[in-house]
Design a protein around this ligand. Structure first.
Ligand SMILES: Nc1ncnc2c1ncn2[C@@H]1O[C@H](COP(=O)(O)OP(=O)(O)OP(=O)(O)O)[C@@H](O)[C@H]1O
Length: 237
């Protein structure tokens, strides 16, 4: 089965200091569900930034969807980025447009039909409990509400890969459960999901998820799933 993400001997160094990430070797198989944990400062966001093509590694090979994205012509990177739904830790909503338009934006970029945009955005905003706030600007929302908008935006195009950095960091346990359920449902439909989280409740909800643990920039593999990746995750209870 093809790897959606493959890292070989990847290292990342900011400036002239020691490496923040070292010798990362792993494969995320198509349709897998991974949780990335580790103490604050271990390098989780840095690792996600390599996968989402926000940064290039200092060394090593990264393949996304089977292609080497380190040496690739930069002009081709947007096509890869469009296949990835990203939930940023700091949301990164566009402040000058409405909640609806923030979620609609990825669909507008790919030229989706207006009817499809209306239907998809409306459905997702209802799913995250924000249908009544569709016309609001992001600044009028609480942190947790903004996080839900960011999640709706990340999944609206049904991307091949979803990368979420602390997607439940600002919401209550009930909403965290809904968000997790949404990501699980997308995973069952074949989307590969990688979630970086400190949320022990979230980790407890996903006993079958493959765990990746970063420790000072190197990766532990407590479930062995990186060396022997499951072809497909077992269904969640
Ligand atoms: N742009 C940057 N320039 C220089 N150093 C950076 C940069 N981004 C992150 N770092 C450093 O890299 C290390 C790892 O940071 P990173 O944000 O990846 O960790 P993290 O595991 O996501 O932490 P947290 O759980 O607190 O979000 C930290 O020491 C951080 O200071």
């Amino acid at each position: 089965m093809a790897g959606i993400v493959e890292f070989q001997k990847v290292g990342l160094r900011y400036g002239r200091g020691a490496e923040t990430l070292s010798d990362l070797d792993f494969v995320l198989e198509r349709g897998s569900f991974h949780l990335l944990t580790g103490p604050s400062g271990a390098g989780k966001s840095s690792l996600l930034s390599l996968i989402t093509l926000a940064r290039r590694p200092s060394r090593g090979l990264i393949r996304l969807f089977g292609e080497d994205v380190v040496t690739i012509d930069r002009a081709r990177l947007p096509a890869f980025r469009r296949r990835i739904g990203i939930v940023y830790q700091d949301f990164r909503l566009i402040p000058s447009i409405s909640v609806f338009e923030n979620v609609a934006l990825p669909l507008r970029i790919v030229g989706a039909h207006p009817n499809e945009i209306d239907a998809s955005v409306t459905e997702l905003l209802a799913w995250v409990g924000l249908d009544a706030r569709a016309r609001a600007l992001p600044s009028m929302l609480s942190g947790g509400e903004q996080q839900r908008v960011a999640i709706a935006r990340a999944v609206v195009t049904r991307p091949d890969l979803i990368v979420a950095d602390e997607p439940t960091g600002n919401v209550d346990p009930e909403m965290a459960g809904r968000i997790f359920h949404l990501l699980e449902s997308l995973n069952r439909l074949g989307t590969t999901v990688l979630i970086a989280t400190h949320d022990i409740h979230l980790i407890g909800r996903a006993p079958q998820a493959a765990m990746m643990r970063l420790n000072r920039g190197t990766l532990d593999d407590p479930t062995g799933a990186l060396r022997h990746p499951p072809a497909r995750q077992a269904p969640y209870p």
